[in-house]
Ligand binder design. Structure first.
Ligand SMILES: NC(=O)C1=CN([C@@H]2O[C@H](COP(=O)(O)OP(=O)(O)OC[C@H]3O[C@@H](n4cnc5c(N)ncnc54)[C@H](O)[C@@H]3O)[C@@H](O)[C@H]2O)[C@@H](O)CC1
Ligand SMILES: Nc1ncnc2c1ncn2[C@@H]1O[C@H](COP(=O)(O)OP(=O)(O)O)[C@@H](O)[C@H]1O
Ligand SMILES: [K+]
Length: 491
């Protein structure tokens, strides 16, 4: 897993470590990692044109010290101060290494800047706009974990010049302006080509919409000792750890039997597609329960299935169920010992009485909004918050679908999966996911593991099916086995 911590957790860990190290050590570690990442990105340091956007805090300090390192390796480094306050020692270090310092108001000397700044500003001739327009890279050291969401007008104006001239922006710790602890982006923010962060990931690196503004995230180890993560992102290696691989003693029953209630006269295809997803998962057998004509269609597409009720280890209920939903029956199943996955129409059977065993629900933002009685766009803007809220209120594990899929358990654990391709946003893709996650539940995984492994395999299969082009839901299902094989290293 890739772990993310809250700002409070990071500050506490930093305070612990700083108490044991000489002053400035952590910032030097951060700045060195940042300088290395920038020079790797550029392919060279000598002669590179680097512009630093420097805010009032230590995030700007990181940028200034990284600028110093790059300047000593022959880069032309210009710092633009966006605040009257800036990291004085960092400014002194940069100017001593030959870097230039400008205020953002177009003059060459900030009236209230430290004396070291004024000297350097007088030496620097180029106006800041020209410096940005001609830069190979702009370093966003405006704000870090101490930042409030949004950019002040002067910062926005400077960032806009970089955007207008297509200059890539490297975010220090995170793109300035995003909400660090929620991944929300309620106001203007930087959109980075990549992000260099320190000590641990922060929630904004893993949760959209902020995650999308980070680009690839490089983690620099600065030696922090951290508590359990607030949010974790599932990775390739986690599939090897969590996937229920059959062994010599396995038979079709012990591998798990899934009961599927999906499809209707109106949406018969959903049952066929969900079955494809389920059979591509780890179960030994699938029992389809639904209208005869849909069962016939499912059997025609998948002769492996068994139609009709029988013993199962989990239920997947809801994809394309339409008017076939039998709320009383579903509620009865929810109260049994058997884990249940609820998707699409099946979500209508959920109540917040807490009278149920292990439940995984798989809504998209619109369905989650209906469950919580809020507008869809509100959920889209605060995805983590609402996934957690629904998990707590309904006492179920919530898998919120989207470019980044969030899986929130009622005990507060949160995982994310972000390996999907936008081509996956196609009708029926959710049915494949419901079948696959149901299959993992039936094979014995907890709702949290079933949701996170299912979402990750679904994303990996979509990448294989897409190869950067269009795909259909059935093609995604058709690639789940190959994705699983690759991730389990059985290829
Ligand atoms: N604490 C440490 O030991 C380390 C901190 N590091 C760096 O320090 C950063 C945190 O530094 P700080 O705590 O100084 O906080 P920031 O550098 O995030 O800046 C906070 C300052 O910015 C102002 N501010 C807040 N929101 C703003 C906005 N939207 N627009 C403009 N100004 C705004 C605040 O008034 C405050 O003075 C980290 O993100 C990381 O880059 C690293 O050097 C690693 C070690
Ligand atoms: N922009 C996106 N990038 C990557 N994956 C996405 C994106 N939008 C949606 N998805 C994924 O596509 C699937 C769509 O599921 P869903 O909305 O339930 O569709 P349907 O109900 O038609 O099957 C989900 O797995 C979701 O996570
Ligand atoms: K930043």
């Amino acid at each position: 897993m890739r772990h993310a911590h809250t700002v409070d957790q990071v500050r506490a860990a930093e305070a612990d470590l700083m108490a044991r190290l000489p002053e400035g050590t952590l910032m030097q570690r951060a700045a060195t990692g940042l300088a290395v990442a920038i020079s790797n990105f550029l392919g060279h340091s000598y002669g590179a044109r680097v512009v630093l956007l420097v805010g009032s805090g230590d995030n700007g300090g990181d940028a200034l010290y990284a600028g110093e390192i790059l300047a000593r390796r022959g880069a032309h480094v210009t710092a633009i101060l966006l605040s009257d306050k800036a990291h004085e020692a960092g400014i002194a270090a940069l100017t001593a290494a030959g870097g230039r310092v400008h205020p953002a108001d177009g003059s060459s000397t900030p009236a209230t800047a430290p004396s070291s700044t004024r000297l350097a500003g007088a030496a620097g001739e180029a106006r800041w706009e020209e410096a940005i327009a001609g830069a190979d890279v702009v370093v966003d050291g405006i704000v870090g974990i101490g930042g409030r969401p949004g950019l002040k007008p002067e910062a926005l104006a400077v960032v806009q010049v970089a955007v207008d001239h297509d200059v890539p922006i490297v975010a220090v710790d995170m793109p300035s302006g995003v909400d660090v602890d929620s991944g929300e982006t309620p106001a203007e923010h930087v959109k980075a080509a990549f992000t260099v962060t320190f000590g641990t990931h922060k929630i904004c690196h893993l949760v959209d919409p902020a995650a999308a503004a980070c680009g690839p995230v490089h983690l620099v180890d600065i030696g922090l000792e951290l508590p359990p993560a607030a949010v974790s992102a599932i990775q390739d290696a986690d599939i090897r750890d969590l996937y229920p691989v059959p062994h010599g003693e396995s038979d079709k029953y012990s591998r798990g039997v899934l009961g599927l209630m999906a499809g209707s006269a109106q949406y018969p295809g959903a049952a066929v597609i969900a079955t494809s997803g389920a059979l591509a998962g780890p179960i030994g057998m699938l029992r389809y329960v639904g209208p005869d004509e849909v069962a016939t269609a499912v059997r025609a597409a998948h002769p492996e299935i068994v139609a009709g009720e029988g013993r199962v280890q989990a239920w997947a209920i809801g994809s394309g169920l339409g008017d076939e939903l039998d709320v009383a029956k579903v509620r009865e199943l929810l109260m049994s010992e058997i884990p249940v996955l609820l998707d699409a129409d099946g979500l209508k059977a959920l109540d917040d009485s807490g009278d149920h065993n292990a439940v995984l629900v798989t809504p998209h933002a619109g369905e989650l909004a209906r469950l919580l009685g809020v507008a869809r766009k509100v959920v889209e803007a605060e995805r983590l918050k609402y996934a957690r809220q629904a998990a707590e209120r309904y006492e179920v594990t919530v898998l919120l679908k989207g470019a980044t899929t969030i899986i929130a358990a009622p005990d507060g654990q949160v995982r994310v999966s972000s390996n999907a391709t936008p081509w996956l946003a196609t009708a029926g893709a959710g049915d494949v996911l419901a079948g696959l996650c149901g299959s993992l539940l039936a094979a014995g995984l907890s709702p949290l593991d079933a949701g996170s492994v299912g979402a990750y395999l679904h994303g990996a299969a979509a990448q294989l099916a897409s190869a950067d082009g269009p795909l259909t839901a059935m093609q995604v299902a058709g690639k789940v086995a190959e994705a699983t094989r690759l991730l389990l290293d059985l290829a």
